[in-house]
Design a protein around this ligand. Structure first.
Ligand SMILES: O=P(O)(O)OC[C@H]1O[C@H](O[C@H]2O[C@H](CO)[C@@H](O)[C@H](O)[C@H]2O)[C@H](O)[C@@H](O)[C@@H]1O
Length: 263
């Protein structure tokens, strides 16, 4: 999609948001800034999206953020993004200043049990693997056969996912088990307040992004954009990570022009 190919209704919403006093531009990482790939450690960002996010974050009265399910340290390393762009990891619970809620010894013990159990499940299915994070663990089945993937996820859902204190997040060829509550919606609220944003634009492709969409005030100028297929409460939909770059470039460009005209 070229800039001129952005659907008229989305274009209008983006133009309006780009012309607000203080704007927050935020996006999910995997499936939005970075195309989905087989191995999580290979998820490199689209350079056009990175450039647009960095440019947005450098404009006056404009903030930019990436809110990801990744551990914050991994998100920083993979994306290469630094200040003025704000990074939030662990599905909205891990800020640069620390976790939104305390991780106790009890949480750590539970996380250890989860990791052991997920590794034991993954070991039975070639291609399945476990990703560990500070407050959660993820079983990945993208590289398992479809039958193995289904069985591994079923065992996860009926096993450790049911343990007391475990928070379950479904994702793309993954199930994630956390020991604290996570919410990208909460993260957006924090960033909106911190920056005193008048409008927020958020792009996301996964189930976890629905919590972010739910916190947007779309009747009041916020813009929620679902990337790719799947049920969503977002107001607009685009197809893929190329479209994400197009939207980010469009918003940044129009905002830059508007700020220059206003000066
Ligand atoms: O919130 P996000 O930034 O979208 O992170 C969600 C999860 O992304 C990663 O997994 C997904 O991307 C992988 C790489 O493309 C892919 O192999 C996997 O199947 C996807 O589910 C990441 O590994 C998870 O930790 C994130 O929670």
């Amino acid at each position: 999609m070229s800039a001129t190919g952005i659907p008229a209704d989305l274009r209008e919403a983006l133009l309006s948001a780009a012309q607000t006093r203080r704007l927050l531009v935020a996006s999910d990482y995997d499936g939005c800034v970075s195309p989905l790939v087989s191995r999580p450690e290979d998820a490199v960002p689209d350079p056009a999206s990175v450039a647009a996010i960095e440019a947005a974050g450098s404009l006056p009265e404009t903030a930019a953020a990436v809110i990801s399910g990744r551990a914050l340290s991994v998100l920083a390393e993979l994306s290469g993004l630094t200040a003025p762009v704000t990074l939030v990891g662990s599905h909205g619970s891990e800020f640069e200043s620390g976790f939104a809620s305390e991780i106790t010894d009890e949480h750590r013990v539970l996380l250890g049990r989860i990791v052991d159990e997920l590794r034991s499940i993954a070991a039975d299915y070639p291609g399945a693997m476990v990703e560990t994070k500070p407050a959660s663990a993820v079983i990945h089945v993208r590289n398992a056969t479809p039958a193995d993937a289904e069985t591994a996820l079923r065992r996860t859902r009926s096993g450790p996912a049911t343990w007391p204190g475990v928070e379950v997040t479904e994702g793309k060829a993954v199930v994630e088990l956390a020991v604290i509550e996570t919410s990208k919606g909460h993260a957006l609220d924090v960033l909106r307040d911190r920056f005193d944003a008048d409008a927020v634009i958020y792009l996301g492709d996964d189930v976890t992004d629905e919590k972010a969409f739910a916190h947007l005030r779309t009747d009041d100028g916020d813009v929620s954009i679902k990337v790719g297929a799947g049920e969503t409460t977002a107001s607009y939909r685009i197809e893929d990570t190329d479209d994400v770059a197009t939207v980010l470039e469009f918003v940044t460009g129009r905002r830059r022009e508007w700020l220059a005209d206003k000066a």
